[in-house]
Design a protein around this ligand. Structure first.
Ligand code: PBG
Length: 317
């Protein structure tokens, strides 16, 4: 009997060389990268080693409302991909600029964790319990604006830093509360520190919040990394990020977007744009089909623009 023909496809991923996963060294980034590394090894048998990379967002002390949205947390990881120093990178999807980078593949969008923002307040307080004038810290323009729209009597204090640094503003008594991504607290095993998990229909999250992006340079790796992809999450974030791209929101503009699957084939997308002070805001929802997630994002953005979104985002105040 003759031997079976040689498999002409790509070589099966074996336990040979560990894949190098580039990661920021913050506790949250390490938790996120560790989760993805474990999931990949569990699904494919391929070992993964973590390679620490420092990004501009880690070293700069500038406000996120100024530098955020321009890839400050991702560019150094992308440089390491281009240089072949790492095989793939895991980013918080909401930190990825909407423009697709040349020569890199978005190999997977992970199943979304909690999309909500969380309040961490002193004395177990919820948003509605905070007294007038209470000082609430956040560095994100979207959170500043939406918080002011919900509770104009609160004082927003611009802060930044990793999750630990921000929560410590409350522990030390310097602030009454801070807003953070609940997914971040969860991944750090600190979800019990949230005093309120905010309703995403009221405190609209950042496009892509709670999902992770897996990026690589080598096209041969895309098939392997695709085991980490979650189709419904990808459709939702495509809608949210298309909306963001069509709005051409400057990196510091307060924009929220949240898509949810109504069933296997239908998505609902809500978008909001506001001034940083929350003095004006626009909100719009629409539904569309999963295969046309991009069209849904475009329609919501165009609807918001038709109502004056560009003027609101430019107003700044
Ligand atoms: N801007 C920083 C950032 N990027 C992603 C997360 C949390 C994790 C996620 O949204 O998936 C955070 C922290 C926060 O917003 O409090």
């Amino acid at each position: 009997m003759s031997a079976p023909p040689e498999d002409s496809g790509p070589p099966a991923p074996g336990p040979e060389r560990a894949l190098r996963l580039g990661t920021r060294a913050s506790a949250l980034a390490l938790a996120q990268s560790g989760m993805m590394a474990e999931a990949l090894t569990a699904a494919t048998g391929r070992p993964v080693e973590l390679v620490h990379v420092t990004t501009y967002g880690d070293t700069s002390r500038e406000s996120l409302s100024v530098i955020g949205g321009t890839g400050v947390f991702v560019n150094a990881l992308r440089d390491a991909l281009y240089a072949g120093e790492i095989d793939f990178a895991v980013h918080s999807l909401k930190d990825l600029p909407t423009a697709a980078p040349e020569g890199l593949h978005l190999a997977a969008v992970s199943e979304r964790a909690a999309v909500n923002d969380a309040l961490v307040a002193r004395d177990g307080l919820k948003l509605a319990d905070l007294p007038a004038g209470a000082r609430v810290g956040t560095g994100a323009a979207r959170r500043m604006a939406l918080l002011k729209m919900i509770r104009p009597d609160l004082e927003v204090v611009p802060i930044r830093g990793n999750v630990d640094t921000r929560v410590n503003f409350v522990r030390s008594g310097r602030l009454d509360a801070v807003l953070v991504a609940f997914a971040g607290l969860q991944r750090l095993g600190r979800d019990d520190e949230a005093t309120e998990v905010l309703d995403p229909e009221i405190m609209l999250p950042s496009p892509g919040q709670g999902a992770l992006a897996v990026e690589c340079r080598d096209a041969d790796l895309v098939g392997l990394l695709a085991v980490l992809d979650h189709g419904p999450t990808r459709a939702a974030v495509v809608a949210e990020r298309t909306m963001l791209a069509v709005l051409e929101a400057g990196c510091s503009a307060p924009v929220g977007g949240h898509a949810i699957a109504l069933d296997d084939n239908v998505l609902s997308l809500t978008g909001v744009v506001a001034t940083v002070t929350g003095s004006r805001g626009l909100r719009l929802s629409a539904t569309g089909t999963v295969p046309d997630a991009e069209g849904l994002g475009r329609r919501v953005a165009e609807g918001l623009l038709a109502e004056g979104a560009a003027e609101i985002m430019e107003a700044g105040q």
